[in-house]
Ligand binder design. Structure first.
Ligand code: AMP
Length: 445
């Protein structure tokens, strides 16, 4: 199969040739003809599958071939994304695909001045990539109109809900014309996502490209167990032993990011960090320097790292396991992209056993343990497997008290299976519901 047989027009084919895309990925093979035919889509596709081109290419084609010229302050296609980094990344991809088309594209997001964005929107844009909060601000200040809107894309919809954007999405939804094409992409399909899909999509085609929630199989994954307080030391040890060159490291909190960066820099290691407390310009600079290999170790929170697209990133290290198991898939999706191989190493302490178990259940695999001599933990990490069982070691027998009543105790394995998140069911048909009901707003670090 080629991109030409999917029905893409010549200017797009030329851009793809420049980019070196030869064969459509599975999500592209399914999404491109469906979008060109005007269908709504509900696609389960994780990052790294080529989903961006899957929606952007047919969208650009429809914009180029159909519909009126864009008028002042109007937008014809809108791509909503959860973070600024992803907005930049998606827009960059769109810009490359649209290189040979007479279309105006732009990206807007918070954390930067709104005025230049308002100026830019004055003449109207064909395709706008936006984070929900900034989009609403622009709309409320009359910098944007949706009367010409023909297509809406929700990219990483699960992440938008995780980040507490359900209210913004509901408000945006109310402002959009009801006749439009809608495409929803999500790595996972929780009940909340199905509610959102039920509200926003019209007779959607469901696409599932790889077994859902199964991490990219081009990534070699393993864990090292260690006591919590020795994680920084172990990290430095592994880094030197493995002669790591370019590593993306995930820490759970902003403070965790800062502490690790400080520690590494104190050892003369070329490290930098990104998290939500840092201004956008600082984050972008750190990212650019990491991409250019001027920074060796980039430490990030999940939110800040969302949407990072770095070619051939060889290694991802989970300094802390993520609280939400799905984030594990997003994290390791930074390596082993588009066919290349990668490695993901997690440093796991006893406190994190239930997080580990939830990840193994979600990815349906038991992560290989590799002990590091001299770092064996004093607080042992109980055995886990993909069934969700956390197997605690039998407790040491206490000395029987002199007063008797002892007898033999049952020292069998204690199985604690109730504490881990259940695996999600597979995609169910969407339900039509009258209102959003996506739970309380919660923002993550
Ligand atoms: P995405 O899942 O959209 O983030 O894409 C992951 C990476 O794969 C990006 O770096 C794309 O440029 C690249 N990519 C997407 N489609 C193709 C393709 N058909 N051939 C080669 N690379 C691709």
């Amino acid at each position: 199969m080629t991109f030409a047989t999917l029905g893409l027009i010549e200017p797009l084919l030329r851009s793809l040739e420049t980019l070196g895309y030869q064969t459509p990925t599975p999500v592209q093979a399914q999404a491109i003809p469906a979008v060109l035919a005007g269908r709504d889509l509900m696609a389960a596709a994780q990052t790294g599958t080529g989903k961006t081109a899957g929606f952007a290419l047919p969208l650009l084609q429809l914009l180029a071939m159909e519909g009126p010229k864009v008028t002042a302050n109007s937008v014809r296609a809108l791509i909503l994304v959860p973070t600024r980094e992803l907005a930049e990344q998606v827009h960059e991809a769109v810009r490359q695909y649209a290189e040979n088309l007479p279309l105006r594209t732009y990206a807007v997001y918070g954390g930067v001045s709104i005025n230049p964005q308002m100026m830019k929107l004055r003449s109207g844009v064909d395709l706008l990539v936006a984070t929900p909060g900034r989009l609403l601000d622009l709309f409320r200040q009359n910098a944007l109109k949706f009367n010409q809107l023909q297509t809406l894309v929700l990219d990483e919809a699960d992440r938008m809900l995780d980040l507490g954007f359900s209210e913004e999405l509901a408000n945006i939804y109310r402002a959009l014309p009801s006749r439009r094409q809608t495409l929803l992409f999500s790595a996972t399909f929780s009940d909340d996502i199905r509610l959102l899909a039920g509200q926003m999509l019209n007779d959607p085609l469901s696409i599932e490209v790889s077994p859902r929630n199964v991490a990219a199989n081009t990534v070699k994954q393993w864990i090292v167990t260690v006591d919590k307080k020795r994680k920084p030391e172990l990290f430095v040890h592994l880094m030197r032993k493995g002669k790591w060159k370019q590593v993306l490291v995930f820490a759970k909190t902003r403070n965790g990011v800062d502490a690790l960066v400080e520690k590494l820099q104190g050892l003369g290691i070329n490290a930098d960090g990104i998290h939500g407390d840092k201004p956008q310009a600082t984050r972008q600079r750190a990212l650019d320097r990491f991409k250019a290999s001027d920074v060796q170790i980039l430490v990030a929170t999940d939110v800040a790292a969302r949407g990072l697209d770095i070619e051939d990133l060889p290694l991802v290290v989970n300094f802390d396991l993520p609280i939400v198991a799905e984030d594990y898939i997003h994290r390791i999706g930074r390596t082993g992209r588009a066919g290349s191989t990668g490695e993901a190493i997690s440093l796991v302490c006893a406190d994190e056993v239930n997080l580990l178990s939830a990840i193994e259940m979600l990815t349906r695999q038991t992560l290989k343990r590799q002990n590091e001599p001299d770092f064996e933990p004093e607080h042992r990490v109980p055995d886990t497997d993909a069934s969700g069982q956390v197997v605690k070691k039998p407790k040491k027998p206490k000395k029987p008290k002199a007063s008797g009543g002892g007898g033999k105790r049952n020292l069998g394995k204690w199985v604690d299976s109730g504490e881990v998140a259940p695996a999600e069911p597979s995609i169910k048909p969407v339900r039509k519901v009258p209102v959003f009901n996506t739970g309380p707003r919660k923002r993550k670090p």
